[in-house]
Design a binder for this molecule. Structure first.
Ligand SMILES: [Zn+2]
Length: 187
């Protein structure tokens, strides 16, 4: 972690890891990619290393992030997808020039276009979101039960009953709150 910046909340799903760069949307929101360099850092740890990032590209990234969040929230609630969000996701997907390549070890890696630019990386993220929103992947979109969070996450648990976007943060906080409430009751 770079000094002075909030750390990243990385999950197993690219699109929702990306939406988790803004957390506590319904509370005191924490922006985890406050500067272009922090977006570069996030892309690097997410396997989408880029050469550089401008303020305008950071703006596009955040627009995509909020569009994925809006569409995923609608999908989780069984509502119609917001047209503006779908447009942004499609635009970013169309403008990326990344290709999937297979490593000798048999892993999938993303190869960005010749300039390794932010647009290519956003294209990969948008395509990942499309896969989830289109129901192509094994799992279910759901909303975090924390009232200050309400992050959309992709539930791949067997029973599809996961309640928290992240067990270590929202889940843990809830457990602690319940524990403290019980302590008060018993004292
Ligand atoms: Zn949460």
């Amino acid at each position: 972690m770079r000094a002075g910046f909030p750390d990243f909340r990385l999950g197993g799903v690219l699109a929702t890891s990306f939406t988790a760069t803004l957390t506590e949307r319904r509370g005191d929101a924490i922006e985890r990619i406050p500067t272009p360099q922090r977006l570069v850092d996030w892309l690097t740890v997410s396997g989408l290393a880029v050469e550089s990032c401008t303020a305008a590209q950071l703006g596009l990234a955040r627009e995509l992030r909020e569009s994925i969040h809006a569409a995923a929230t609608a999908a989780a609630l069984g509502e119609a997808l917001p047209a503006a969000a779908v447009q942004v996701i499609n635009d970013r997907s169309l403008q990326g020039r990344a290709a999937a390549v297979l490593t000798p070890e048999g892993h999938r890696r993303w190869q960005l276009g010749p300039a390794s630019c932010v647009a290519d990386a956003l294209g990969v993220i948008a395509a990942d979101a499309i896969g989830i929103l289109a129901g192509e992947r094994d799992g279910k979109l759901a909303l975090c039960a924390s009232p200050t969070c309400r992050a959309a996450f992709f539930d791949t648990s067997q029973s599809r009953t996961r309640k928290w976007c992240d067990m270590n943060t929202c889940g843990n906080r809830q457990k602690k709150a319940r524990f403290n409430a019980n302590q008060r009751k018993n004292s």
